[in-house]
Design a protein around this ligand. Structure first.
Ligand code: GTP
Length: 318
């Protein structure tokens, strides 16, 4: 069974970081986002199809000769085709019911349960649904007896049909992929799903967590969530506080690290205090305090930093 992962976007909200590293190859707890997603697929999915535009060469280079336990097929788009067009572009590689993921979603969806529901209800499509407190910033669905009846974009307070939003994870029958016109820029959310609403489009509400890791704040949150139970309990060069992950190729001396810190490979830190931050590969620093920030790769940090994204192409405060 195949899973299509949409990994072709420009990742504009994470610029300047994504000018040098495409978003799907940015690490979450030291493993590239897209690799983590493939590794987390249930066993029934033996093939991951990556729909790629921006970052194609980097993606090819990354997966060349790398065994991550599933077959990986990279499907290039000459022009960005949007979420729907990108799925349609993969149709030759799918054999039946297909899972589709937005490549930047980190969530607690139980895909096996979702698949069981999808099969039992004989749905044409099943969309994972996440409950939000304030739906006015999102598109919500009208949801009744397990079915999605209509979509409502950014509803005004009091007029919302529900507080359930599309969580970017789908199970689709070929019939839906075939509805997408080929070789055109198409949004599955805006151009296709509204046409199927009320006619075999089902919802799978889930609880736990849902993070679209596409902004600096949510990229940090997704990283901290991804540490899970694999954190570093102790380290000779650092006093560790709370949930922390330190790559084995990092060198730390007299540092205070945590809570919520991820340190990548080839990082060298001496007399630094790091909190709530992601330090990407090959970052050097001496005597600084780094908080609530994303740093790297290949950066020397000379001053204290708070709530900044610093990459080789420039920096932003967030
Ligand atoms: P921003 O530019 O920061 O909004 O990020 P993005 O480019 O990733 O866009 P967005 O987060 O809305 O996209 C959701 C998912 O769809 C991401 O996993 C994207 O990689 C993917 N995606 C968006 N547009 C395209 C496209 O034209 N082609 C492909 N293959 N994937 C896309």
């Amino acid at each position: 069974m195949e899973a299509i992962i949409l990994v072709g976007g420009f990742g504009t909200r994470l610029r300047p970081l994504t000018l040098t590293v495409p978003k799907p190859l940015l690490p979450l707890a030291n493993i590239p986002m897209v690799e983590r997603m493939i590794r987390n697929l249930p066993e029934i999915f033996d093939t991951a199809i990556l729909a790629v535009n921006y970052g194609l060469n980097d993606m090819r280079k990354y997966f060349e000769g790398r065994d991550i336990g599933k077959k990986v097929i990279i499907v290039p788009e000459e022009e960005p085709l949007g979420t729907g067009g990108a799925m349609r572009n993969c149709i030759d590689y799918v054999t039946g019911t297909t899972a589709v993921f937005n490549g930047d979603v980190v969530s607690s969806i139980n895909l096996n349960e979702m698949l069981e529901q999808h099969i039992k209800t004989k749905a044409k499509g099943t969309l994972a649904l996440w409950k939000v407190k304030d739906p006015s910033r999102f598109g919500v669905v009208e949801f009744s007896n397990g079915e999605i009846l209509q979509f409502q974009e950014k509803p005004e307070k009091g007029s919302e049909l529900s507080n359930l939003i599309n969580a970017g994870t789908y199970l689709l029958e070929l019939e839906i992929l075939e509805m997408i016109p080929p070789n055109q820029k198409i949004s599955i959310e805006r151009d296709i799903y509204p046409k199927v609403a009320g006619n075999g489009l089902h919802g799978f509400p889930f609880e736990g967590y849902f993070i679209d890791s596409g902004t600096p704040e949510s990229y940090l949150e997704a990283n901290f969530k991804s540490i899970g139970n694999n954190g570093t309990a102790s380290h000779t060069g650092a006093s560790i506080r709370g949930s922390v992950m330190i790559h084995e190729d990092a060198k730390l001396e007299h540092c205070i690290i945590g809570p919520n810190v991820i340190i990548g490979p080839k990082v060298k830190l001496e007399k630094c205090v790091i909190r709530n931050s992601v330090i990407l590969s090959n970052v050097n620093s001496y005597g600084t305090v780094i908080e609530d920030s994303i740093i790297g790769p290949n950066i020397q940090v000379k001053n204290d930093i708070k709530q900044n994204l610093i990459s080789p192409e420039g920096k932003i405060a967030f």
